[in-house]
Design a protein around this ligand. Structure first.
Ligand code: SF4
Ligand code: SF4
Length: 139
């Protein structure tokens, strides 16, 4: 089991420092990997990251909602393929500075299946850059 980051992640990295096993990696390149990702083989399910996220984007895997009802004004972030009407955004959201390549603010009431966001968390480490993204971020 692991914890999962969903499309509610706005890349502010507020969660990274608290992880005792350093298994949280910001996605690069952002157009392919728009969130932060948790290494499922290393996560110990301690839950420390959950309250750190200002956007409530992190869930234990078995609690990721398939019927998430978007609160008014909530932002989602995804690839252009999966969020074709998204736009770049730079500014403050709920008091935190964020910079996003493809995001969208919802009106509220939309029902989202956030379990669709589980596979990319695994694929980031099995097929994507995984921990190499840490070096990409410093280039
Ligand atoms: S704190 Fe939340 S929004 Fe920020 S990077 Fe972590 S999961 Fe994403
Ligand atoms: S649940 Fe604990 S181990 Fe897993 S990513 Fe969050 S802080 Fe790290």
């Amino acid at each position: 089991m692991t914890h999962i980051v969903t499309r509610l992640c706005l890349r502010d990295t507020a969660c990274v420092e608290v992880c005792p096993v350093e298994c949280m990696v910001l996605g690069f390149p952002e157009e392919e990997w728009p969130w932060l990702y948790i290494d499922p083989d290393t996560c110990i399910d301690c839950g420390a990251c959950v309250p750190e996220c200002p956007y409530e984007a992190i869930f234990p895997e078995e609690e990721v909602p398939f019927d998430y009802e978007a609160p008014p004004g909530v932002w989602i972030n995804n690839t252009k393929e999966l969020l074709p009407d998204g736009q770049p955004f730079e500014g403050e959201i709920d008091g935190h500075p964020v910079k996003l390549l493809n995001a969208k603010q919802l009106q509220g009431g939309e029902i989202l299946d956030l379990t669709e966001d589980i596979p990319p968390n695994y694929e980031f480490f099995s097929e994507g850059p995984g921990y190499d993204a840490l070096e990409m971020a410093n280039q």
